[in-house]
Ligand binder design. Structure first.
Ligand code: PEP
Length: 244
């Protein structure tokens, strides 16, 4: 049986006092019956690590460079994330694809760079509303994932996948449990065919998950938890999702 995982994506939110309050509430709410992690802005990773160290809560980054080191001003390498104890790095979030021009190949390179340093990439895939309306959802997510699978070859089973329909991110509009499950089933079949380990791999759902819709999503057979944006910033909401 796959253990569920809930990951908070703080995006570009937070401050030292707000983070301290949020993290201490999370610490106090333990234990959870599933794995819980927070992916925080890079500048807060060390402080987050210091707060969560020794607990069963994990932390991670929201991006990672595809390069190992060098003249890449502003970038952060997988080795640096590993040094800071990061368990996860989100790669290919739709905001990075849209605003930073990340292609499927760049996303695959980032996933490979993370894995090479022992950081688990949470690979995001998802269609836009126009693609869904055009009936292209399956083709889009399969294409996005296949580039990563191809690049990682025998290591592909080490990733976590997050299905995040672009039209549901930060919009308050959630995929119905049935819509999400249908795509998750497609992704799992693809992972199974490519790696032989699809049945044990985690596929998270992300897109306006809230305390009141988390349970109906997480109960779906191929939904192994969530990648949570807005609702991960409020301790009570995030804790409620972790308990859903
Ligand atoms: C996300 O940023 O990955 C996300 C799913 O955001 P939200 O939960 O706010 O839709």
């Amino acid at each position: 049986m796959r253990r569920k995982l809930v990951v908070g994506n703080w995006k570009m939110h937070g401050s030292r006092p707000a983070n301290a309050e949020l993290l201490s509430a999370l610490m106090a709410a333990r234990p959870f019956a599933l794995d819980v992690a927070v992916c925080v802005p890079a500048i807060y990773i060390h402080e987050t690590a210091a707060t969560l160290a020794g607990s069963d809560l994990r932390w991670g980054a929201q991006d990672v460079s595809q390069h190992a080191q060098g003249a890449y001003t502003g970038e952060i390498s997988a080795a640096m994330l590993a040094e800071a104890g990061c368990r996860y790095a989100i790669v290919g979030h739709s905001e990075r694809r849209a605003y930073h021009g990340e292609t499927d190949q760049v996303v695959a390179d980032k996933a490979q760079a993370a894995l090479a340093k022992g950081v688990t990439p949470i690979v995001c895939v998802g269609e836009t509303l126009a693609q869904r309306d055009a009936g292209e959802t399956e083709a889009v997510v399969k294409r996005q994932l296949s580039v990563v699978i191809h690049q990682l070859a025998h290591c592909a089973s080490e990733i976590v996948v997050a299905y995040e329909p672009v039209w549901a991110i930060g919009t308050g509009r959630t995929a119905t449990p049935e819509q999400a499950q249908a795509v998750h089933a497609v992704l799992r079949a693809q992972l199974q065919a490519a790696t032989g380990h699809g049945e044990r791999m985690k596929i998270l759902y992300g897109g306006s998950v809230k305390a009141d819709n988390a349970a109906t999503l997480f109960v779906q057979p191929d939904i192994d938890g969530g990648l949570i944006g807005g609702a991960s910033l409020k301790a009570a909401d995030f804790i409620a999702i972790c308990r859903a």
